[in-house]
Write a protein that binds this ligand. Structure first.
Ligand code: AGP
Length: 599
């Protein structure tokens, strides 16, 4: 939820810290701050608002330092303001920390520390950490951090400085910390996005590990003191991939990257019309599949259920991760749990994963962020290889998750010695070009978006495999344009939502090739009879459909089961154009963060 960056090396730290914070703003941006080593004291500056506010506050006392830590915040405890912004300082100002996560026993710790004379300034849970470290500090920062963390319950990604020790101590439990190993310098961050411009060699810290970095050396230990030889990995994407490349927003760039992203998901996973996945699954044990995720990933899970039941012949159910993690549920060694997460750090999905493993289930992950916590804790998994998704509203991850779930269900089908049609496999490879064709029509959507940017509500309707797409289209609109939008099964409309239909209600229909196309047409007529405004996504010319629709978005014909990969594109563009024309911050919508690492 928050972004951390820290630097120690031969270059001035501050420009690196501030640039890194800007790359991490998508993780949270209601306040920010930094601490660097001044002449004798630590210099700490914090500001409410965006990183640009922090930059204005920089003075000469901070510019020479070659070591520092910085933080951009998404509030969980204590409102967004300068006092609650990180870094937090010890009473004597000798120690500073930045923290990402939630300290669940902070109120008990705070009372104890206050009774021992510590003076708190903020309302945050994080501040207890720096006072605990101060309490245990006897001249060795790492030992004091270990002693402090032994008292902490909850999650943390943590970076710590002491004014008398030229080193950075880093620890993690539940919130990501990545260590970038440069030439005579080290950059630590919550996400490799802030590191890749400096080095591609990284170490992903694991839970209950602590690292001591002095610029040229990085020593990693377990909290119990046992040494670890860290695995050095290579970041596979370039700094350029995280820039906008001429697009107005990351979200638009990522919408247009979908043809390439789908190809990357497919790459190397189909040979001679057969799906090739390097997964370790004990098939004999798989009697039932449970898919669990949040938000957009939950929508792709709903599509995955259809694929597993149709192509693998295995019963499948879908549960919100936030519900699954607390539900009694019936999970055992005969269940395969599929967790889906773009960021690989969503707290609810991570908790669901851990619950499933504890219950003895096999757990497969479908994740985009390489090296993320979920990716490292599943038994086996599929990376999307979609490249970094920076826009808070998920787009390319959704289509790549859907494709990955299809590949997985076909792989299961092959393992059951059931036939997979060559023609169907060939149609998979047509999808990228077909998405490209839809994107060519983007200007049509730009033109009509202004008619809807002042609407207060919208309804998205689809049947069968198009129902999850209706949900996804509605989520896109509401999360970036702040227009209330609801996805609904088209046939269900007459059981309630039809009361909402009038001349002010835009209704988006997914009306492409499928066994219930005629039924969808009937639903459209029900809306028209009540003067509703109809926007239609379709793959065919049809007079009645033309007469009923105020606007039509055409998509190429494909197999019904592949239609989500195409039908979602106009809905992404519609949401984007409406939000942009409303002058809203498309990449960083209010109240939202890209990765929800707290529950
Ligand atoms: C989708 O546009 C939202 N940003 C949000 O619902 C997101 O899908 C959800 O938080 C899950 O994130 P994850 O895929 O990284 O786990």
């Amino acid at each position: 939820m928050c972004g951390i960056i820290a630097y120690i090396g031969y270059r001035p730290a501050l420009p690196i810290l501030l640039d890194g914070l800007k790359k991490l703003e998508y993780r949270g941006y209601d306040s920010a701050g930094f601490s660097v080593m001044g002449e004798k004291e630590l210099v700490t500056v914090k500001r409410k608002g965006r990183i640009s506010e922090l930059e204005k506050a920089v003075d000469s006392s901070a510019t020479a330092s070659k070591i520092g830590i910085a933080h951009t915040r998404w509030a969980t405890h204590g409102e967004p303001n300068e006092i609650n912004a990180h870094p937090h300082l010890s009473c004597d100002g000798s120690i500073v920390i930045v923290h990402n996560g939630i300290i669940e026993n902070y109120s008990v710790l705070k009372e104890l520390l206050i009774s021992e004379g510590h003076r708190f300034t903020s309302e945050t849970d994080s501040e207890v950490i720096v006072h605990l470290i101060e309490k245990f500090y006897r001249g060795n920062l790492e030992s004091a951090v270990v002693a402090a963390l032994e008292n902490v319950e909850g999650t943390y990604g943590l970076a710590v400085l002491h004014r008398s020790e030229n080193k950075i101590v880093v620890a993690r439990k539940g919130s990501p910390m990545v260590i970038g190993l440069g030439q005579n310098e080290t950059i630590i961050a919550s996400d490799a996005v802030a590191i890749v411009a400096h080095t591609k060699k990284v170490v992903y810290l694991n839970d209950n590990e602590i690292a001591v970095i002095n610029g040229t050396e990085c020593i990693v230990r377990k909290l119990d003191g046992s040494m670890i030889t860290p695995e050095i990995q290579e970041i596979r994407w370039t700094a350029g991939q995280i820039e906008k490349r001429g697009f107005k927003h990351f979200m638009l760039k990522e919408i247009f990257e979908q043809p390439e992203a789908i190809l990357n998901t497919l790459r190397g996973r189909i040979k001679d019309n057969r799906v090739k996945l390097s997964l370790s699954v004990d098939f004999d044990r798989v009697k039932r599949i449970l898919l669990t995720a949040c938000g957009t990933s939950w929508h792709s899970a709903l599509i995955g259920k259809i694929y597993f039941e149709k192509y693998a012949g295995i019963p499948a159910e879908v549960d919100y991760a936030s519900e699954f993690r607390y539900r009694q549920g019936i999970i055992d060694e005969n269940v395969l749990v599929v967790v889906i997460s773009q960021s690989g750090e969503t707290a609810d999905t991570l908790a669901a994963l851990r619950k499933a493993k504890t219950a003895g289930a096999q757990v497969i992950g479908i994740v985009n962020a390489v090296g993320s916590t979920i990716a490292r804790e599943v038994n086996s998994g599929i990376y999307l290889h979609a490249g970094p998704e920076i826009g808070v509203a998920s787009t390319k991850a959704f289509v790549c998750q859907t494709m990955a779930l299809l590949l997985l269900s076909l792989w299961f089908r092959q393992e059951k010695r059931l036939p997979v049609s060559d023609a169907f496999i060939e149609r998979l490879f047509q999808i990228p070009a077909q998405i490209g064709k839809i994107l060519e029509d983007a200007p049509q959507i730009t033109r009509i978006a202004s008619e809807y940017s002042q609407k207060q509500n919208a309804l998205y309707l689809g049947r069968g495999i198009s129902f999850p797409v209706a949900l996804e289209g509605a989520l896109k609109l509401k999360e970036i344009s702040y227009i209330h939008a609801e996805g609904y099964p088209a046939a269900e409309m007459k059981h309630g939502p039809i009361a909402l239909i009038d001349e002010n209600m835009p209704v988006v229909f997914l009306a492409t090739n499928g066994q219930v196309f005629d039924k969808v047409m009937s639903n459209m007529q029900e809306v028209k009879a009540r003067r509703g405004i109809i926007l239609t996504v379709t793959d065919r010319e049809n007079k009645l459909l033309n007469d009923l629709s105020n606007h039509i978005f055409y998509v190429p014909e494909t197999d019904e089961d592949l239609s989500p990969l195409l039908n979602v594109i106009p809905l992404q563009l519609l949401a984007y154009e409406i939000a942009d024309q409303k002058g809203l911050n498309v990449d960083k919508p209010r109240n939202l963060a890209k990765s929800v690492t707290v529950e």
